[in-house]
Unconditional design. Structure first.
Length: 85
């Protein structure tokens, strides 16, 4: 039953990719990450993303929002993931 609740939350969760230079504008009380230290960056450190549920935080207005499955596809791309040999 816990899994079902997790699946429902993932459907409601939204993800937004931002430029690393925008991190200072993130209000961590409005997103699920707790600080700069909990962000995951792209391989070149130029981008990161935040996730939230509910209303879109004002600092993310106008930015592309991704569903859970969409962000997983992005994060599997060459900008975010490198296969180790």
């Amino acid at each position: 039953m816990v899994l079902l609740g997790t699946q429902i939350n993932l459907k409601m969760r939204k993800y937004v990719i931002i430029n690393a230079s925008e991190v200072s504008s993130v209000d961590f009380s409005k997103v699920m990450e707790t600080s700069v230290d909990t962000l995951r960056y792209s391989l070149d450190n130029s981008k990161t993303f935040v996730k939230f549920e509910g209303d879109t935080p004002s600092f993310l207005n106008g930015k592309t929002q991704y569903s859970h499955s969409e962000i997983l596809a992005v994060l599997a791309g060459e900008d975010w993931y490198e296969e180790l040999e």
